[in-house]
Every structure is written in structure tokens, then in C-alpha cells.
Design a protein around this ligand. Sequence first.
Ligand SMILES: Nc1ncnc2c1ncn2[C@@H]1O[C@H](COP(=O)(O)OP(=O)(O)OP(=O)(O)O)[C@@H](O)[C@H]1O
Length: 340
Amino acid sequence: MRLEVDGVSKAFGGTRVLDDVSLVVDDGELAAVLGPSGCGKTTLLRIVAGFESADAGSVAVGGADITSLPPERRRIGIVPQEAALFPHLTVRRNVGFGLPRGAASAERARECLDLVGLSGFGDRMPHELSGGQQQRVALARALAPGPGVVLLDEPFNALDRSLRVSVRDDVRDALKRAGATAVLVTHDQEEAMSMADTVAVMREGRIVQKDEPASVYAAPRDLGVATFVGEAVILPASAAGGVASCVLGALPYAAGGSEGQGRVAVRPEQFVLTVPGGGTVGRVERVEFFGHDAALTVVLDGERDGEGVVIRARTRGDAGHRTGDRVGVEVEGSVLFFVS
Ligand SMILES: Nc1ncnc2c1ncn2[C@@H]1O[C@H](COP(=O)(O)OP(=O)(O)OP(=O)(O)O)[C@@H](O)[C@H]1O
């Protein structure tokens, strides 16, 4: 069902934590709310769930205003940070916990375990599952009563990095199979971008941009969003006629229409390292090898404000650069330009 949060504000003891937040998540959409710690993500989720009341604004699910309903009447499913399964109940009984007793409920619990790829695990106890499996049971439990909206509050925090990626995929697949409308709260940019249909970037109690992941990355609204959703090298620049001039030369910048003094943001994957020639030249200071690719720190020749300009470039893992190499630095594609 469609979720509509409209003009929600909230203060705790005089400190405004949410400031006129509006967010629409379409039926079947998986939206990530992405923001740094303390920006108000959890508070927003708790207001949608009904655990906290808003000072102003409204929340509607499927067109029905639920602002003043208690949590249990909102038809909202929640997947918390840690699965929080009942340790003394089997997986099946955990999933069926919120359902009336009976054959239909047992069938529904089975269906939801199928959805999360855990059919056959119904008789296990929670301690017999991995952390990732426990999170999937928590999702099955949230889906079982057929909620209008599912809220996921940093659901992968407790998992180690290697497990996180596969559990993310499983959770996304299950949500899509269930046709659920879902809101995922996270401070992890990679998690938001890789899982969600749309990303709402939150900062200091406001949603500053909501778009598809590729659009947030390629056309961030301001420098803050640009650097929050991905790495970038920021350099002073002046822009006119679609070209931004900076220490790297005259670079075309993405549409936006602004001109004047400001800063460019260049993504690491836009740098192309070449044989040193007539253009920008630098020295490789550090190589971080990741296998599939590598990150190179390059100090450009010449100084600006008494210091060498440092860039970070992504290259193929097998490019073979070593610390101390002299390289030419070119920029591929359009950069981002923001007036300061
Ligand atoms: N019940 C409360 N009473 C007072 N202050 C609160 C309460 N709940 C949250 N806050 C404050 O509101 C701000 C936003 O908190 P919130 O938990 O919503 O942020 P967050 O973005 O979810 O952060 P994190 O990612 O660290 O969980 C914080 O400064 C927090 O200290």
C-alpha cells in the first residue's frame, strides 16, 4: 500500500529532530531513508509505526489516515535492528506469533517462510540459525499478518560484512516477491543504493532529496548529498558556458545551469591514469588493492595553498600501478559543479 508522510515535525525537549518531513512511498516500492547517525531516521520510523507521536503532520497508509491510531491497529510490520526472536519458540511459531491460532495461520506462516527462502526451517529453534537466517525469520514474522507497509530499521547492522551482502539480496527478493511497500532506514550508502528502488537522503531532520539511486549519485542536489552518497574529490573551480575550470583543466559539468565560483566534485571512477604527458601529472602515493579494483591516491604536481592537490582514483585491479609511479591524470565524463 502507498505510504504518505506529510509535513511531519518532532522536537524533543526543545530540540527539533524532524522538520517538516514529507515522504511518499508508492505501493510495492522499496525506499531507503539514508542519513548520518542522529539525523532523525529512527524517530521518523517510530512515528510511522506509532511508537512516537508527531508534533505536526500526518501519516497515511493506503489512503487512510493512521496518525492517531495505536501501533497495533496500523497494519505496519517491523524488522528491528536485531531479529529479537522469541528464543523459546520454534521458527514457525515465531513467524505465526501475531496471527490467530488455526490451520490458516499455520499455512500463512509456511508461506512466509517460503518467501524468505527458509522453508524447511520451521521446526528449528532460533539459536540453531545463523544471524542472517534469524533476520530473514524476523522479516517473515513482519510479513505474516499481511501489513500495508514494512519498516526495516538498520536490519543488517548486527551481521558481519560478508554475510550482509547476501542477506540484503535475500531480504530484497523476499520483499519484492511479497509485493511489499517497504521503508529501509540505514546510514550505509552502499546498502541504500544497492537495495532500494528510491533513496531519500536525510540530513538534520529534513529529507533533502528523494530519487532513484542512480539519479541521487549522478545528479545530487548539493555538495553534501554528493559526498554522502559516494566518494568524490572536491576542488575549487569557476564555471561558465558548461565548462568548469579547475586544477585538472577545463571539465564539462552535468546540467544544472549554475555558473560562477564554486566547487567541482569528481568521482574516483572518472579518473583515467595515463602515461605522463602534457596534461595534469602526479605521483602515486598509495595503492589500495581490492582484487576486482584498486584505489590509488595520487598527489598532483604543483601546489595550491602550499599543499599538493590529492586525488583518489579507482582503477582496474590489474592495472599494475605502484607507489612512486608517475602518472598522467585525465577526467572522463561530466563532473558535478556546485556554486559556493
Ligand atoms: N526519546 C528521545 N528523547 C530525546 N531525544 C531523542 C529521543 N529520541 C531521539 N532523540 C534525539 O533525536 C535525534 C535523532 O535521533 P534518531 O535516533 O532519530 O536518529 P538516527 O538518524 O536514527 O540515528 P542513528 O542512526 O544513530 O540511530 C538524536 O539527537 C537523538 O539524541
